[in-house]
Design a protein around this ligand. Structure first.
Ligand code: GLC
Length: 723
């Protein structure tokens, strides 16, 4: 597919970690490296410390000694990595330092909310801060590189890995991708408390058919470009050092063998200067994909497509040197791959001091500190989304009430960590029960009953019932798709029984994906979406439930009424027969509404906000202008609070059909009770651009509707014309 480029696409500005001086040193090193040593730099094996995939290789220490291994993952702590690094630096011919990688997805030891929860804060500064703390902790523990951020747009909640990204939206995904890269990498990679980031999984892994992990992805080039690539481009523009290929095929070609993705787009069009690592044995998997006859052929496909490093597959390790000697693979491709990898080792300063990340004093000073816990508590508070609050049952009274806490997750430390919790430990976690008891002290009676029958009895004596419900942590994450996205087990029945007693029921939801819970919505008095809040779960929840913090989170992903609606997301197309309840022959179901249970961008708080009609500085702009859209926002409640002013754009007529609306700007705004403020958001031509009928990128003149409001369903709109 020929994609014509227009001025809209910029190649990567030279990233700040690039140093021409290093290139000369790399030239000299390449000149003296043997072919086996070069292939060694392109090989990544797991240590036997942690398991994140289906295979473990024995004897990786010997591979280090022979210079046939250049990077290791799942090895950490300053001491352990120092010992492995010593083998590479002191016992090999050239002493090239190892690179240590790990899945530091939402914290290393201090665990932050899962990324989907953090995206619910719509707070890019918070996302950058949590990544920065994760980088400090993991760097202090001897790590150089995290396999994060995961920036896959995801619109199917059956897919377990929605927990790992920023949800359904392109714009929010771009904002969070850039923030996380900046947090991990800082602005100086020679700082030993910064680490390489990795934009994954390239690309479109979130579009797996039927929400089934590792399944086929079959989307148009236009959908790839408009929806799934922009967060990767945002990561690249933020200077991301590495990319990781995805397991899925794309247009019939698995990502690890996809030259269109890895070379035409990533290198030729975007100008990426870092290196590409595959996902776990994804080169090997091109044989079962049915595109390579055997492992050697798969390796050739991968190196020619643009893969630089083979994670755990041992295919470059086994076959690449021979393929170069036979002429099947060009030496220049190996040299370019090794250059990109060595470039990042130089950028980290590892050639100046290979042990600079293995400092046990720095390790003890930086890990699980009170300051890190405080940040985790603050960011967890901001991740919560208040979905329902009938009769303002929340916040709870701290003094005098009898609060019954029950439900399978009320005192579970492990589940608060969520999937991909790195070196996070259950023993460090504050549970909901602990947090509530500490906050209430002796002022309120907090009773905990785990047994359902006993809970029904206890509920009759309580003033309010708090039910901790949802999924256990391993029900989302990798290889954790669910065909039924309701509350597991008999939790729904439990909530109904408790609600039948007639006391207020507050459901605190712990989950890694949107759940189809219409039954909970119709029976609970209040619902607080807590995702998996991390190490400080209970303290953050008590802060919100007792009103010390007014929740301001907003959904980063649509909650369906039923799994039968999936995929359901706000920025769908209008179709030629948009739903009309009075016309059978329009796009709808016989047995379900088209509407979600809770829409993208939705969330309540302990106060209310009113939006004035939007106004435009100018109702007509040219391509070179900036449109300024303003609304008067008022806190019409009785307490201070934060809301997220969201701006959506509809391109009414295009050379191809356009989504009914797309998020293009937002601003978190905190107002005191009764306070009003004019909020102004800006739009440029870039915000109106897309892949047009001829696959060039840019805007088209014509009419636009600009919506500004509290979530994706707002009808608060004004018209704009682009000349
Ligand atoms: C896993 C995941 C990937 C992770 C890698 C290393 O299979 O797909 O996200 O970074 O292997 O653990």
């Amino acid at each position: 597919m020929l994609v014509l480029l227009s001025a809209g696409l910029r190649a990567q500005q030279v990233p700040d970690w690039y140093d021409a001086g290093h290139e000369r040193r790399i030239d000299s090193l390449l000149d003296i490296m043997t072919l086996e040593e070069k292939v060694g730099q392109m090989t990544l094996f797991t240590s036997d410390w942690d398991v994140t995939g289906p295979t473990i290789r024995e004897g990786y220490q010997d591979d280090i000694k022979t210079g046939r291994l250049g990077a290791i993952f799942n090895a950490h702590t300053a001491e352990y990595n120092r010992n492995l690094q010593r083998i590479a630096v002191e016992e090999t011919r050239l002493g090239i330092p190892l690179l240590f990688g790990y899945d530091v997805i939402h914290g290393y030891r201090t665990i932050f909310p899962i990324p989907l929860g953090e995206a619910a804060s719509w707070n890019a500064e918070a996302a950058e801060e949590s990544a920065r703390i994760a980088a400090r902790e993991s760097a202090a523990a001897g790590l150089h590189w995290t396999f994060a951020p995961m920036v896959d747009v995801a619109r199917d909640p059956r897919w377990g890995r929605v927990m790992e990204g920023a949800g359904e939206d392109v714009y929010l995904g771009k904002v969070m991708a850039a923030a996380r890269v900046k947090g991990f990498q800082g602005d100086d990679l020679t700082d030993p408390l910064t680490i390489l980031a990795c934009a994954k999984h390239f690309a479109a892994y979130g579009a797996a058919q039927a929400g089934r992990d590792y399944h086929t992805v079959d989307i148009s080039e236009r959908v790839l470009r408009d929806i799934y690539l922009p967060p990767f481009k945002a990561a690249l523009d933020a200077g991301v050092a590495t990319f990781m290929t995805s397991f899925n095929e794309l247009d019939g070609v698995p990502a690890s063998g996809n030259e269109h993705l890895l070379t035409e787009i990533l290198r030729d069009q975007w100008g990426f200067m870092g290196f590409v690592v595959t996902d776990y044995t994804s080169i090997n998997e091109m044989v079962p994909h049915g595109i390579a006859t055997d492992s050697a052929a798969a390796g050739e496909l991968a190196i020619e497509a643009g893969v630089d490093m083979d994670m755990q597959g041992a295919i470059f390790y086994e076959y690449l040197a021979e393929q170069v000697r036979s002429g099947a693979v060009a030496q220049s491709q190996i040299d370019e791959a090794v250059r990109r990898i060595l470039r990042m080792k130089y950028a980290l300063g590892l050639f100046d001091d290979p042990y600079r990340y293995s400092d046990t004093t720095r390790e003890s000073e930086n890990i699980l500190t009170e300051a890190n816990r405080e940040a985790a508590r603050r960011i967890a508070r901001e991740s919560f989304v208040l979905l329902k609050n009938e009769d303002n049952v929340l916040p709870l009274a701290k003094d005098g009430g009898r609060i019954l806490i029950t439900g399978p997750l009320a005192d579970s430390q492990e589940d608060m960590l969520g999937a991909w919790h790195g070196d996070g430990r259950a023993a460090d976690v504050i549970t909901l029960l602990t947090g509530m008891r500490e906050a209430a002290g002796d002022k309120a009676q907090v009773q905990y009953v785990s047994d359902m029958t006993e809970a029904i009895r206890a509920a009759r004596r309580a003033d309010v019932i708090v039910v901790a419900a949802g999924e256990t942590w391993e029900m989302s994450g990798e290889a954790a798709s669910r065909a039924d996205i309701g509350l597991p087990g008999d939790q729904g029945a439990m909530i109904r029984e408790l609600a039948a007693i007639g006391k207020p029921v507050v459901v605190v939801l712990f989950n890694g994906r949107p759940l189809a819970i219409p039954g909970v919505d119709s029976t609970a008095t209040a619902i607080l979406e807590a995702w998996y809040p991390g190490t400080e779960a209970g303290h953050a929840l008590a802060d919100v439930l007792f009103g010390d913090h007014n929740p301001g989170g907003r959904l980063p992903m649509t909650f369906p009424r039923s799994v039968g609606q999936v995929p359901i997301f706000y920025s769908m197309k209008n179709t030629g027969r948009p739903m009309d309840p009075n016309n059978k022959y329009t796009s709808k179901y016989l047995d379900e509404s088209n509407d979600p249970l809770y829409p993208f961008g939705y969330g309540l708080g302990y106060t209310t906000f009113e939006y004035g009609a939007p106004s435009l500085e100018s109702a007509t702009i040219t391509r070179n202008d900036t449109a300024r859209v303003s609304v008067e926002l008022t806190n019409t409640g009785s307490v201070a609070g934060t809301t997220v002013v969201q701006l959506y754009v509809q391109d009414v007529i295009g050379s191809v059909t356009r989504p009914v609306r797309e998020l293009k700007a937002f601003e978190r705004v905190e107002l005191a009770a009764g306070e009003s403020r004019t909020v102004t958001l800006e739009l440029t031509e870039e915000d109106l651009s897309f892949y047009r009928r001829d696959m060039t990128y840019g805007s088209e003149p014509g009419a636009f509707r600009i919506y500004v409001g509290a979530d994706a369903t707002t009808s608060n709109a004004i018209s704009l014309t682009l000349e």
